[in-house]
Design a protein around this ligand. Sequence first.
Ligand code: PLP
Length: 631
Amino acid sequence: EEHYGFKRWGHGHFEVDDEGFVEVRPVPDGTEIRIMDVVDEARDMGLRAPMVVRFQDLLRHRVERLNKVFRQAIKDEGYKGEYRGVFPIKVNQLREVVDEILAAGKDYHHGLEAGSKPELMIALAMHDNNQRLIICNGYKDHDYIRLALMGRKIGKRVIIVVEQLSEVDHIIEISRELGVRPLIGFRVKLQTRGEGKWSSSSGDNAKFGLNTAELLFAIEKLKAAKLTQALRLIHFHIGSQVPNILTIKNAVVEATRFYCQLSQMGFPMGYLDIGGGLGIDYDGSRTNFESSMNYSLEEYARDVVANIRDICDHSGVRVPDIISESGRAVVAPHSMLVVEVFERINKKETLRKQHRPKEKHKVVTDLEAQLKNKSRLGRLERFHDALQKKEEALSLFNLGYLDIENRAAAEALYWQICEQIDREGNESGYQPEELHDLKKILADQYVCNFSVFQSLLDHWALQQLFPIAPLHRLDEEPTVNATLADITCDSDGKISSFIDLQDTKDYLRLHALDGRPYYLGIFLTGAYQDIMGDLHNLFGRVNEVHVFLEPDEPNGFYIEEALSGSRVSDVIEGVQYQWEELCRRMKAQIDAATRKDLVKPREGVRLLEFYENQMLNKTYLSIESAAKKRK
Ligand code: PLP
């Protein structure tokens, strides 16, 4: 258990039971569910890993918690405004996710944020209560603005946030045309820079927002159009996953100054929108490393509330209602990816089976001597000696002076020496710089049935870390250092950095494969990953189950919805092939082969049938057939 840090990053939602299974507790103090029970039940329903599992109660809990913590901070700080959260749909657009957030946020009037026309169209239709806000961000064409104003027309509180100066003219023009009073916000480009992977969302070169001069021009335009009453909100967003609370404090202070100045100019205002950025502690280190955060939700809420209040009080301005567009912090913990390990790539195993050259070359006997005389020299010196000999062996091979058996023997001996050196390092606890990477190079690869490009895009694109752990066998000591490889035909399709208390780890400690299925969980994947995944190698969507707590059920839960992943025919059609046409083409070719007597007619029919059946199969590996083949 200590290898995986459940207690550190799990916020009490994840732990290991006495029998070595990972459990999830969606609601604090509530019942816990064995994740392997969910995997088994899904399998009985015909759904196998790779699979996304959503814990709907955990999602509900996160929405409630965010709102409760802000309410508490408002109460504790004697703040005279309210908190109005909005969920940015882009963080997870799935219907069940948005539905759950709206249901959980009903009493808190939790609203929605849209960043594009399709998202706004979802927001308008799903929005059921005019107390809730709809915030419109992103680049906007006339139709986007028209849609937003249509929402105003039917009584919704839709606020259009101006990101570019030209949008002001369009809003003025279209609201006149529609005869509706717009509600307008300005996104300001703060000088406070975000930190972490998403920090380019603020500063002079940010893609969005108005600089100070543009803000003043925008104000002139509103005045000229007699729309001063429309200006209600100041918005900023300094990037997602802000690891450092000081950055957040600074940004809030800067934005509140803007707010107060506009308020003092006589605009009605009323809302301060602090955007996203509230983090998730993916590695549980509670630090300002990129994958972590050095603050709690409570501290975040208190700091936001107190800083806004202090500056407003000081400026003699009525405090605003506070909007946050927290996405990641709400949805990341509720879902996880389950993958199955089906192969171990173990270079040391095959290398240990020594190939005996008929005549040993000197380079091989030299390496043998190095392996035997281990105690004479220091580890680093022995490593350099072995490296020299290995390179010598490769040069000899390339020049034609070393046969293939001798090359195999030299490589095997080299790895054995490396392993020996690495083992001794563990014992003494000391690790010279050059030997630091040995562990990583020596680690095995566990091949898992999934695609990083589909299911974990931020790991590939931004090296974002996610906690990963086996879902069972945690009562056994793991004995293998491994990195993870996916099944795409791409060397980038791998996970080779893992969470650790200090920085990152190059390998994960896992259990030896014993012929039985071995499942890993990749946790906290509910934000952004689902939708950003791509179709590399045409693997497509994975299976998905939505789990609800149900104390009356034998295992404490039921699967409310099961979504089947992509079939071959689905992904093929996505790139403009028609599966019927492909089948027709194959039939023609098999018929031709039959005519040439390359296959018998009966065999030809079977081949075609097999091809056609594959069209309806899932895209990921069917592990059972792979396992049979191995036997
Ligand atoms: N609001 C805006 C304007 C954003 O661009 C984003 C995402 O980057 C968010 C909100 C959501 O941020 P987070 O997921 O960090 O809460």
